[in-house]
Design a protein around this ligand. Structure first.
Ligand SMILES: [Zn+2]
Ligand SMILES: [Zn+2]
Length: 261
């Protein structure tokens, strides 16, 4: 960990971590709404109303998420849970990409598990939003947020048992994760056609991909990229047709909408 952070008192560290999560959340949500506004006429995904009080409900979820992330990450940093080494450029890049890939694998299993009858109640908060907004990403129950902390803190703890990680590579990934999660729930499709092919979505999904998870429920469990769904057989075959429709300026008008597979 950088010496500046090591020198902080517990309260100062907690305030710094809170500033990080709250700041990333504010910037990402603002960006998400800006993208929604810019593309609302040309590339809306679902032309359906939000539920009554949805933004307020999702704001509460974001507050819960930021508090849980602040407490968990502060305690983990203070206790030295993750082993950090010097942040060379190579270590930072490798840490970032290990987190990027590791989180995708971790999240698919966490998410799939949360759709199991035994614990689905912890995931219902996130699914209350059938049409998503830039606030939906972190709108979740405290128990689901704790599951996410497994990815933010547990996963790097595990990796650092093998080799020390870069603090900045890790912090950079978490910032990227928060940003992608919030902006990625916007109800518009900014993805250019060239980046919407099946091979391109092995690296990054079109926005519609996860919107369909909220509309339909039992598939598309991946985070960020279709990679894990493709490996595990939980990808729907008709999303490219629906992408074409949305990119052509014709939003979906029912949650049950299907495309030609
Ligand atoms: Zn889900
Ligand atoms: Zn979601």
């Amino acid at each position: 960990m950088p010496p500046e952070l090591l020198a902080l008192s517990f309260t100062q560290l907690a305030l710094t971590v809170f500033g990080f999560f709250a700041g990333m959340t504010l910037v990402s949500v603002a960006m998400g709404f800006a993208v929604e506004r810019a593309l609302s006429k040309s590339r809306k995904i679902f032309d359906l109303p939000l539920f009554e009080g949805q933004h307020r409900f999702e704001l509460l979820g974001n507050a819960v998420f930021v508090v849980i992330a602040t407490v968990t990450v502060t305690l983990a940093l203070r206790a030295g849970v993750v082993r950090f080494g010097p942040s060379s450029a190579l270590r930072s890049a490798l840490t970032f990409y290990a987190m990027l890939l590791g989180f995708q694998v971790y999240y698919w299993f966490l998410h799939r598990a949360m759709h199991h009858r035994a614990i689905v109640h912890v995931h219902r908060w996130h699914h209350r939003s059938q049409v998503t907004t830039p606030l939906t990403g972190q709108s979740m129950s405290p128990f689901e947020a704790l599951g996410w902390m497994g990815g933010y803190v547990g996963l790097p703890w595990l990796f650092s048992q093998v080799v020390p990680l870069s603090f900045w590579g890790w912090a950079g990934y978490v910032a990227f994760n928060v940003f992608g999660n919030l902006v990625g729930h916007a109800n518009v499709e900014p993805t250019a056609r060239v980046a919407s092919s099946r091979s391109a979505t092995l690296f990054a999904n079109v926005f519609l991909y996860h919107s369909l998870h909220h509309a339909r429920w039992n598939g598309h469990y991946s985070f960020q990229a279709a990679l894990m769904d493709r490996i595990m057989g939980t990808e729907w075959g008709d999303w490219p047709a629906l992408y074409e429709r949305v990119a052509g300026g014709r939003p979906l008008t029912s949650l049950k909408e299907r495309g030609d597979a």
